[in-house]
Design a protein around this ligand. Structure first.
Ligand code: ADP
Ligand code: MG
Length: 449
């Protein structure tokens, strides 16, 4: 009788969520019946249970209600319990999700970190493409995939996205994601409990191994050793490995040479610092999420552009700023204007106010115009050198807090009136000469990035 009820819920779900989503998420579930106000399901993986819980529980509850069955919540457990603990695929145990199933070996996955929510731009397109390819499975083409880049540029996001996608495509795939720190912790525990056999077995039985922030094991010799053996065993079996770090393999001090060189066997791709366009794109996509929580908040024109321009360090900070803005705006019930944003984020803006130096400006300008640094500082007056020099002076005035005499001094001991003249000249040229306007804008962006 109860299964009949689930049958009709399924019917409605199929037309409601679409055939693909239905096949991926609903069909694999086994309905177990009701217990009190709880509908019990068995899901093939924690990830699927988690996903359904997050995305479909309201819908499923209301469909049950339409069948005359009022339930409070859904509960998912996984089919594979203690008998086969190693097959458990890792997933974030969302607050609503009670799996009560096997102890899972890896770290939890953030359900928000998917390919769908990852905004692609020039700085990360290669890393994204490589991650996609690996997630698709199929023949292993580059092994390992080594992703590196600064803090908050999306390494962890991409790795979780790979895990989600790989388990979606093949729910039986043994995907193991963990940080290098957790790898070490588990290894040390295994040593302590004299259980290195099952440690080895566990790591060598996965189809896809992801180790995040591998720089952590630099200098930790026995962990490195174990990592190296695990790594080799998996590569030999043609199992995909994905590694991330905050810098290139060759630059990780305290990492054994043999490991460094092994890490470079596959594909090494870096996530570049974000540029203005990517930051704006990320803000626009995050704003859609915030708007679902705070439907009444209005963000004035220009605010996102302002944030994308001013907060250039790291995407995490950018997201935090946006979250704070929305919370603030919903509390005080005001439209978020530029002034409100500046006031509300004063501390963040101050902290990320990057200090551009005159040296940097001179270097970038020389680079851009393909002239020598010494030429900029020299007395030469040829147009091909004088113009870039003026651009550099202009930028020094606009982007640093240095006084006119100070700037003059740094440009080969020139007078402050020369600097005034340069600033005026470039102001003027910018409005009539597109090329100059573009050069200045490009340089400004590069310097502020
Ligand atoms: P990392 O591991 O490189 O330090 P994370 O992957 O933890 O960085 O990213 C930090 C935050 O920024 C996360 O919330 C992540 O979702 C977000 N983020 C980073 N890059 C992007 C992107 N391209 N699109 C959307 N969100 C991003
Ligand atoms: Mg990370």
């Amino acid at each position: 009788m109860t299964t009949d009820c689930w049958g009709s819920v399924c019917e409605s779900l199929r037309s409601d969520v679409g055939r693909d989503a239905y096949k991926n998420w609903i069909e694999p579930l086994r309905f177990q019946g009701f217990e009190g106000g709880v509908a019990l399901f068995v899901a093939p993986t924690v990830f699927i249970g988690n996903w359904v819980s997050r995305n479909y529980s309201d819908k499923i509850r209301s469909l049950f209600a339409a069948e005359g069955k009022d339930i409070e919540r859904l509960e998912f457990s996984t089919a594979r319990t203690k008998a086969e603990p190693k097959r458990g695929v890792l997933a974030k145990s969302g607050s609503r999700l009670k799996t009560g199933s096997a102890k899972l070996p890896g770290a939890s996955l953030d359900a928000r970190f998917t390919f769908d929510s990852f905004v692609v731009g020039k700085p990360n397109e290669l890393a994204h493409a490589a991650a996609r390819r690996v997630a698709e499975g199929g023949p292993v083409t580059f092994n390992p995939l080594f992703l590196y880049g600064g803090v908050g540029l999306g390494k962890t996001h991409l790795m979780h996205a790979i895990a989600h996608e790989a388990t979606r495509r093949d729910p039986d795939a043994k995907v193991l994601y963990l940080s290098a720190e957790q790898f070490m912790y588990k290894f040390v525990q295994a040593l302590r409990f004299k259980d290195t056999m099952s440690f080895k077995e566990l790591f060598r039985s996965v189809d896809l191994l992801m180790v995040d922030d591998v720089q952590f094991i630099a200098g930790k010799d026995s962990t490195q050793d174990e990592f190296f053996h695990t790594f080799n065993a998996l590569i030999d079996q043609n199992k995909q490995i994905i590694i991330s770090a905050d810098r290139a393999p060759g630059e990780i001090d305290g990492l054994e040479e043999r490991i460094k060189s092994r890490l470079q066997w596959g594909l090494v791709v870096d996530l570049h610092p974000t540029d203005y366009e990517l930051r704006l794109g990320i803000l626009q996509s995050k704003i859609e999420i915030q708007e679902t929580h705070y439907p009444d908040v209005v963000i004035a024109d220009g605010v996102l552009e302002f944030l994308a321009h001013r907060i250039s360090t790291n995407v995490r900070v950018l997201e935090g700023a946006l979250t704070r803005l929305f919370a603030f705006a919903s509390l005080v019930g005001r439209e978020v204007t530029l002034e409100v944003a500046q006031e509300c984020l004063a501390d963040v803006l101050r902290a990320t106010d990057r200090k551009v130096t005159i040296d940097e400006i001179i270097r970038k300008v020389a680079d851009h115009y393909n002239i020598r640094l010494a030429d900029i500082l020299s007395p030469r007056r040829a147009r091909s050198i004088a113009r870039p020099r003026q651009v550099a002076m202009f930028l020094a005035k606009k982007l640093t807090s240095k006084s006119l005499p100070e700037i003059g001094k740094r440009f080969g001991g020139r007078d402050h009136t020369t600097v005034i003249h340069a600033v005026k000249k470039i102001e003027e040229l910018r409005s009539i000469d597109n090329q100059i306007a573009e050069d200045v804008e490009l340089l400004r962006r590069m310097l502020e990035a």
